[in-house]
Design a protein around this ligand. Structure first.
Ligand SMILES: *[C@@H]1O[C@H](CO)[C@@H](O)[C@H](O)[C@H]1NC(C)=O
Length: 337
């Protein structure tokens, strides 16, 4: 009830004031137009000055819109009215007015031990009823400066020769935005410049057409003017492509040898089997076999000897003839032997 009564009297007095003096007075708030920046952990002053011709019912209010929240959605963090200071929200213990009594034109505030979450838009608003004219508020953009947080390195632990590998590096914190760089740790060779694409803003490194010499440990450093942090990553370039060819060749040779052996074995076995068949057949039909050493049936051995002796005597008879007989005999002897 009391507040409504104050409001009504304020409104009435303002109407009276306007009626009497026209638009001659107003509240004029000035704040820095450039963003205010401060390092995390330090204290920051957010300046806000105002001019007004009336100092009755003075009301000061500070609001905060975190990050990129619109100023219209800002939450009240401090206000001063009827000579009493009120502080609200998570920043209240770190928040103070620069002047104990912000009535003499300085409504600046101070924030101690600045945190990353303090970044955003601060709105300073002065109301001095019945002085409702003019821009009674000002916006301050506050940036919290901080070194990059420890980045996270990501990428394949192994990759085949000839392929591409993408390594990423990212710090979740860091204002201004960190710049990323990559280096080789365990090699005298610097990064293969002709085979790489680096984006310093995103931290992405692409290694193209990997060769075995690309194996090793890579380090990413995220840095800004407030500090730097790093992470490491090991990549093992595997010779799968070449090893594959070699393995293929070896397997091919082994297969060829096996195939040849199989063919040779097959023919050897077949020959053996044929020989065995032949033998079998031979033992079955052995009756028909011509035995040259055996005497023909029905002819006594003696008669054969007789025939031999007859031929001998014939030869003797021939040899008894002079001249060509000796040669004939030796020929015949050869034939018989
Ligand atoms: C990839 O690298 C090898 C040597 O490491 C080279 O012979 C080949 O031409 C390269 N291929 C491409 C597509 O650059």
């Amino acid at each position: 009830m009391g507040q409504i009564a104050i409001l009504w009297t304020s409104l009435l007095s303002w109407l009276l004031f306007v009626a009497l003096f026209g638009h001659g007075v107003c509240v004029e708030v000035t704040v820095p137009s450039d963003p205010v920046m401060q390092q995390r952990g330090s204290s920051v002053e957010l300046p806000c000055h105002y001019k007004t011709s009336v100092d009755q019912n003075f009301m000061l209010e500070w609001r905060f819109a975190p990050g990129s929240t619109l100023p219209d959605n800002g939450k009240q963090i401090l206000y001063f009215t009827n000579n009493v200071l009120y502080k609200l929200g998570s920043q209240e213990k770190r928040l103070s007015l620069l002047q104990d009594t912000p009535k003499r034109g300085d409504a600046s505030i101070r924030l101690d031990n600045v945190r990353a979450s303090d970044a955003g838009t601060y709105i300073c608003e002065v109301n001095n009823p019945p002085d409702f004219y003019g821009t009674g508020f000002g916006l301050i953009h506050f940036t919290v400066l901080m070194p990059p947080s420890a980045p996270v390195c990501k990428g394949p632990t192994s990759a085949p020769v000839g392929s591409d590998a993408t390594l990423t590096c990212n710090s979740s914190e860091g204002v201004p935005a960190p710049i990323y760089s990559w280096t080789r740790l365990d090699s005298k060779n610097p990064l293969p410049l002709s085979n790489m694409v680096l984006n310093e803003q995103t931290g992405k490194l692409i290694l193209r057409n990997l060769s075995l010499s690309f194996s090793g440990t890579y380090q990413c450093v995220a840095s800004n003017e407030f500090g730097n942090e790093s992470c490491k990553l090991s990549i093992d370039v595997t010779g799968t492509a070449q090893a594959g060819v070699v393995a293929g060749a070896v397997i091919g040779v082994i297969l060829a040898i096996l195939l040849l052996s199989a063919i040779v074995l097959y023919f050897l076995r077949r020959r053996k089997q044929q020989q065995q068949k032949k033998k079998k057949a031979a033992s079955i039909y052995s009756g028909n076999e011509i035995r040259e050493d055996a005497t023909a049936p029905g002819i006594p051995e003696a008669s054969l000897h007789e025939r031999d002796s007859k031929s001998d005597s014939l030869l003797e008879r021939l040899s008894s003839r002079p001249g060509s007989a000796s040669t004939t005999k030796s020929r015949l002897n050869n034939f018989l032997v």
